[in-house]
Structures are given as structure tokens and as C-alpha cells.
Design a protein around this ligand. Structure first.
Ligand code: FMN
Length: 208
């Protein structure tokens, strides 16, 4: 599938085949494809919880507006956006720095890197949330396109109790949850509605 086909084929699927499981290798492939997403300074401030256990999915469904797809989809991912991913001492930050040095960045530039990250992600209280959300959002989009390219269907959801999910699944404070992502195969014989409307080029491109 080329990108034009992937872009046209991807749809948010409401009704999954609960009997058709997604193999672990396929989930791994999907995540590995999405891991090529770009991110600020290549900090990759994202993680995933991958739920396939029915009890866990039932627990999540109760916190996600009771959306049936949370249980019907064989796999549901909780996308995690790490608001601390730019901070000194964070494993992601330190790994990124280590790789930068390996690629030729002089060690003396560390202060520059720290200051640059602080100036971008610590200038207002919301900046670290924006950092996490935009980067994890790109990753989530890549997950959806990767899934489509592998013949899987997805459905993103922000209809859930953010604090309830964090508490119910013991998710540490540094994470914000941009969305849940149902993954699976569509119900046999499901007739899809026509694609939803989209803004035109003229609607999208503005000047001020
Ligand atoms: C961040 C995000 C959150 C969404 N949350 C929900 C949701 O909670 N429940 C739902 O049924 N659809 C949800 N959707 C799906 C949208 O309604 C859907 O993407 C949109 O209508 C366009 O349809 P399409 O994805 O099939 O092209 C969400 C989509 C995104 C990107």
C-alpha cells in the first residue's frame, strides 16, 4: 500500500470482530513502524500500554464512556505522552544526549541542549503538556497509518475519564493521555458509512 492508499483507506472503525485476534508480532511491527515518527530533538516522549486481556479492557471501557469497541477490539492501546521527557536526568533525555554525542555533538554543548529544552518546554506551565501532546500525537497518527498498512483497523478515542484511567491503571504522574486506540479487524460484513467531510485546501490555508 502506498501512502495515498493508506490515507484513503484508514477509517475509524466502530465495530470490531471480537473473535479475530491480532498477533503479537503484528502489534510489534505496528509499533516499530510508528517508532520512526519525528519528535522534538528526537526525544520520543511516548509510551504505550497494550491491553488485550478482557478484564482489563472491561475496566477501561467503564472509564471510557462505556464505548463497546474498547472491549470488542482485540487490542486497546493507552497512548502515553511523557511531560518530563525533555528534562535532565530523564532516561529519554539522557539517551538522546548520549546518541547526539556519539554522532559528533561536543560534550561542551550539553548546557546549550539543556537550556534549549528548558526555553522551549518550560516557559509557561502548559509548555510541557504541549511538548508531550504534540509529539505523542504524531506517534499516535503513525500508529494508525502503520496499522492500516498492515491490514489492521483502528479507532482513536478521547472519550474517557483521564484521571480515572490514570488512577485505574497506575499510570505515573508525568504522563498525559492523549488518546486510547482500539486495534483489530472490522466486524465481518460491516458496511462503512461514506467517508466523513474534510476541510478543503482553501479552508485549511489561511493568512493573517
Ligand atoms: C483524538 C481523537 C479522539 C477521538 N475520540 C473519539 C471517541 O472517543 N469516540 C469515537 O467514537 N470517535 C472518536 N474519534 C474518532 C473521530 O470521530 C473520527 O476520527 C472522525 O469523525 C473522522 O472519521 P474517520 O477517522 O473515520 O476519518 C476521535 C478521533 C481523534 C483523532
Amino acid at each position: 500500500m502506498n501512502f495515498q492508499e493508506i490515507s484513503r483507506t484508514r477509517r475509524s472503525i466502530n465495530f470490531f470482530d471480537p473473535d479475530k485476534k491480532v498477533s503479537q508480532p503484528l502489534i510489534r511491527q505496528m509499533v516499530e513502524l510508528a517508532s520512526a515518527s519525528p519528535s522534538s530533538f528526537n526525544l520520543q516522549p511516548w509510551n504505550l500500554m497494550v491491553l488485550d486481556d478482557t478484564d482489563e479492557k472491561e475496566k477501561l471501557k467503564a472509564l471510557a464512556w462505556d464505548q463497546p469497541k474498547v472491549v470488542e477490539a482485540p487490542v486497546v492501546m493507552i497512548v502515553l505522552a511523557d511531560m518530563n521527557g525533555w528534562q535532565e536526568g530523564h532516561p529519554g533525555f539522557e539517551k538522546t544526549w548520549e546518541e547526539m554525542v556519539k554522532s559528533g555533538m561536543p560534550e561542551a554543548k550539553r548546557t546549550w541542549f539543556l537550556d534549549a529544552a528548558r526555553s522551549l518546554y518550560d516557559w509557561i506551565p502548559e509548555a510541557n503538556l504541549a511538548f508531550a501532546a504534540k509529539n505523542a500525537g504524531f506517534f499516535a497518527m503513525s500508529l494508525m497509518y502503520a496499522a492500516t498498512s498492515l491490514g489492521l483497523e483502528t479507532h482513536p478515542m478521547d472519550g474517557f475519564d483521564h484521571e480515572g484511567v490514570k488512577k485505574g491503571f497506575n499510570i505515573p504522574e508525568n504522563y498525559w493521555l492523549p488518546l486510547l486506540l482500539a486495534v483489530g479487524y472490522k466486524k465481518p460484513d460491516l458496511e462503512l458509512q461514506p467517508p466523513k467531510w474534510r476541510k478543503s485546501f482553501e479552508d485549511i490555508v489561511v493568512s493573517f
